[in-house]
Write a protein that binds this ligand. Structure first.
Ligand code: TYC
Length: 104
């Protein structure tokens, strides 16, 4: 709805300032486990999150040492699709890798 205010005549005046709504974003997270190979996690970060080799390696090592790491932040349906693709790829290869999303 357009924002409105009362002008000094008491009429309704429509403000011209456009509403700029930022879409709500969801963080996609990778979680550490003891079994998923490091190379598989690097591949996931390159193929599904468009990271280069150095970025992917850095994020993978962050997850490995700290337990969790950020892959990126996306609108809900994009984040949901990425989580599904990562989990399907991991299960297909028999890895227990966990990928989750949460509001930013
Ligand atoms: N900890 C795993 C290993 O030592 C590597 C790993 C990194 C697993 C990141 C999951 O999200 C992960 N093989």
């Amino acid at each position: 709805m357009c924002p409105r205010e009362l002008d000094n005549d008491g009429d309704l005046a429509t403000l011209t300032k456009p509403e700029t709504k930022r879409p709500k974003l969801y963080k996609v997270l990778l979680h550490n486990d003891d079994y998923t190979p490091m190379e598989f996690v690097v591949m996931v970060l390159k193929d599904f999150f468009h990271k280069n080799h150095d970025e992917a390696t850095y994020i993978m090592l962050t997850v490995h040492t700290k337990g969790v790491g950020l892959c990126g932040a996306f609108p809900f349906s994009v984040a949901e699709a990425k989580v599904t693709k990562v989990m399907n790829a991991a299960r297909k290869e028999g890895h227990p890798l966990l990928c989750t999303m949460e509001p930013e």
